[in-house]
Design a protein around this ligand. Structure first.
Ligand code: FES
Length: 318
């Protein structure tokens, strides 16, 4: 039997009865139990004689309505600025969708790549990082530039795994920008709602995405080393960072140092899960066959993998 819906928001129990503290609708034949209320008409309107209010009961004759998708957005907010902005939005009663799960940090630079991957691995639909405006970070060196560099790197890694990079957003919000914080939450919430739950807009099975996130998380110490040694941006400005990450020599270097290592990690994960042919590995991790074959060859040359015709096996440790 399909449920009753009560407008405005009264409580409905599992037996599809609608009730509040004073009365309840008793059964499927639209009888009203309490004497203070009576069924008004065939459209199942119920009148509260004491309060002269009308409520409308809508009867759903088929299956229960699918519940509305409410995204889970993990928000890492810097204590000094964005958290203050979120607080101001609340105190000022600026409405915004209740999707954000706030984690307060002292600076946006504290948001490690691992935090982002772990949030998605826990099936967050999106991750939001909020810091002070560039030039306003409360620490030296300014952590929000690290957050900016990390977000460029994290988006590329997420994309490589098969996760839509739009699910990660970085914004600068000061403690006085309550309205701006609410506006961003409206906009980001609507965008993630349109994308749907984690994995749905990606067209990949969630298990495959989680495997990719695990491989990326395992490589975070290596990624941090590469970032520090090879992707250090000398110009501390937003334009400087954008320019650096758009340089023609950045992409091949990033592929060689980061993405190839990640693909190798994902191949090893597939091999450990007993997926042994190059075609099956390629299908599992969503990478081209030729790319997988290239990495398998490199891994076999390093003695990590034994190739046996079309089959690849993880080498037994000596
Ligand atoms: S203190 Fe806010 S971003 Fe560093």
């Amino acid at each position: 039997m399909a449920p009753w819906h009560w407008i405005p928001d009264q409580v409905r129990d599992d037996n599809f009865r609608v009730r509040d503290d004073n009365f309840r609708v008793q059964d499927d034949n639209f009888r009203v139990q309490d004497d203070n209320f009576r069924v008004q008409d065939d459209n199942f309107r119920v009148r509260d004689d004491n309060q002269s209010r009308y409520f409308t009961l809508r009867y759903q004759s088929s299956m229960a309505a699918p519940s509305e998708f409410k995204p889970v957005i993990v928000g890492f907010l810097c204590n000094w600025c964005c958290y203050g902005g979120a607080d101001l939005a609340g105190v000022s009663r600026f409405q915004y969708p209740p999707y954000l799960r706030v984690i307060r940090l002292m600076c946006s630079g504290r948001v490690d790549l691992e935090f982002i991957f772990r949030a998605f691995a826990k099936k967050a639909d999106a991750v939001f990082i909020g810091g002070c405006h560039l030039g306003d970070c409360h620490y030296n060196p300014e952590g929000n530039y690290d957050a900016l560099g990390n977000s460029f790197v994290a988006k590329r890694i997420l994309e490589n795994i098969g996760i839509n990079p739009d699910r990660l957003r970085l914004e600068w919000v000061s403690a006085g920008e309550g309205i701006r914080f609410a506006d961003i939450m409206h906009e980001f919430g609507a965008k993630i709602k349109a994308l749907g739950p984690f994995g749905s807009s990606e067209g990949r099975d969630v298990a495959g995405l989680l495997d990719g996130l695990k491989a990326a998380t395992d490589l975070v110490p290596y990624f941090k080393l590469v970032e520090r040694e090879r992707f250090r941006v000398s110009k501390r400005s937003e334009a400087g960072y954008k320019e650096f990450f758009a340089r023609p020599d950045y992409e091949p270097l990033f592929k060689e140092l980061v993405l190839d290592k990640l693909t190798m990690g994902r191949i090893m994960g597939a091999l450990r899960a007993d997926v042994t042919t190059a075609e099956d590995i390629a299908a599992k991790i969503g990478v081209q066959d030729s790319e997988v074959a290239r990495h398998l060859l490199a891994l076999s040359e390093q003695g990590i993998v034994r190739l046996n015709g079309k089959q690849a096996q993880v080498a037994v440790a000596a």
